[in-house]
Ligand binder design. Sequence first.
Ligand code: SF4
Length: 131
Amino acid sequence: MRNLTCIVCPIGCFLSVEEGELGGDGFPVLSVTGNRCPRGAVYAQEEIRSPKRVVTATCAVIEDGAAPDRSEYAPRRVPVKTSGPCPREKIDGLLKEIYRTGVKLPVKAGDTILSNWGGQGIDVVAVRSLG
Ligand code: SF4
């Protein structure tokens, strides 16, 4: 039995998940209780079979006339986030790429910084405008 908190809506139902026998897809059949709506069961299924997270981080700003400092210690940074959830096992690689990426200003909130990262269909977009 595993316990999870559903994060799909602010109610945050406390879910209990029981793993049954293997189903036709090779995964155990899950029995979910505690969810107030069907979205909780879908969330539990995804969280146990292939957990994903929206990733937030920052990219270095490439200052005019200065040698680009793409390190995580660059003084000015652009906050970014993924356009959708990223498989958890890919997050380390994605963060390395984000920290290697330098952004020239100006940048507007919503601008794409990395497109279709790793062929995952995930963009990394700016969260804030910087001029
Ligand atoms: S199970 Fe439904 S009601 Fe409960 S937190 Fe998840 S989405 Fe919200």
